[in-house]
Write a protein that binds this ligand. Structure first.
Ligand code: ADP
Ligand code: MG
Length: 254
């Protein structure tokens, strides 16, 4: 379903390729020696204790943070530093946060249709039609004319997913998308994510929702203290984690 520009893209490259990524805040090294390939259509769940660097990793992938060292390519192209190229990259890498970050003073429909017009230059009518399709797909089309505060948390997060999808991203990053939700709303968001995964979207999801990982992920990457400690297929990771850190972590979250 991802379209967008393919100029300069190398189809043989992984969708996301990270080499030697390092990031620190002052003296505090929060990511180091991160190497990671995410194949086209692959769904990677990133797990790990609080403070292990999961959010920073996501933020480096879409350039909300500048890494100290290392290379990141998206669809075979280096992640640009600034300007138009950066805006284009941001369009290609959709991000959904724990806090939904919707525009409070815009309607649901405007939340989803504005950026395609402003950033991608799409005609307004076309952007609205596409936004309505996406809102329908995530099950909130009936609320298109409302403001975010009139929706439940689960509905708002589904709007946030539709908003990211409206840019036709090549990869979607989810940073603990269900952590701020009341328990009864978690599943409606996970179901949307599962449907996207089944549809072939390349995804990186930071989540401790093991049911999601088991049913949708191709791979689990476990981080601790800024490093990738272990990677495995979900069944393997959950039933027989190799590292002591992962064993300890799983004994707390499962
Ligand atoms: P996680 O998402 O796994 O909980 P984060 O990536 O948010 O971890 O944070 C990793 C570490 O980096 C933590 O120790 C956190 O306190 C620190 N950190 C994150 N953002 C900043 C920042 N803007 N300034 C200073 N330290 C930060
Ligand atoms: Mg985090």
């Amino acid at each position: 379903m991802a379209t967008g520009s393919t100029i300069g893209e190398d189809a043989d490259q992984p969708m996301v390729r990270i080499r030697g990524l390092r990031k620190s805040y002052g003296e505090h090294v929060v990511l180091q020696d991160i190497d990671m390939d995410i194949a086209r259509g692959e769904v990677v769940v990133v797990a790990g204790p609080s403070g292990s660097g999961k959010s920073t990793l996501c933020r480096c992938i879409n350039r909300l943070e500048v890494a100290d060292a290392g290379d990141i390519t998206v669809a075979g192209r280096p992640v640009p530093l600034e300007g138009r190229e950066l805006a284009r990259l941001r369009a290609e890498v959709g991000m959904v946060f724990q806090q939904f970050n919707l525009f409070a003073h815009k309607t649901v429909l405007q939340n989803v249709s504005l950026a395609p017009v402003k950033v991608l230059g799409r005609p307004a009518e076309q952007a609205r039609e596409r936004a309505m399709e996406l809102l329908d797909r995530v099950g909130v089309a009936a609320h298109a004319a409302k403001f975010p505060a009139q929706l439940s948390g689960g509905q708002q997060q589904r709007v946030a997913i539709a908003r990211a999808l409206a840019m036709d991203p090549k990869v979607m990053l989810f940073d603990e998308p269900t952590s701020a939700l009341d328990p009864e709303m978690v599943n409606e968001v996970l179901e949307v994510m599962k449907a996207l995964a089944a549809d072939g979207m390349t995804m990186v999801a930071v989540t401790h929702e093991m049911g999601f990982a088991r049913s949708a992920a191709d791979r689990v990457v476990f981080m601790d203290a800024g490093r990738i400690v272990e990677e495995a297929a979900p069944e393997e990771f959950f039933s027989a984690p190799r590292s002591r850190r992962a064993q300890e972590f799983l004994s707390k979250v499962l």
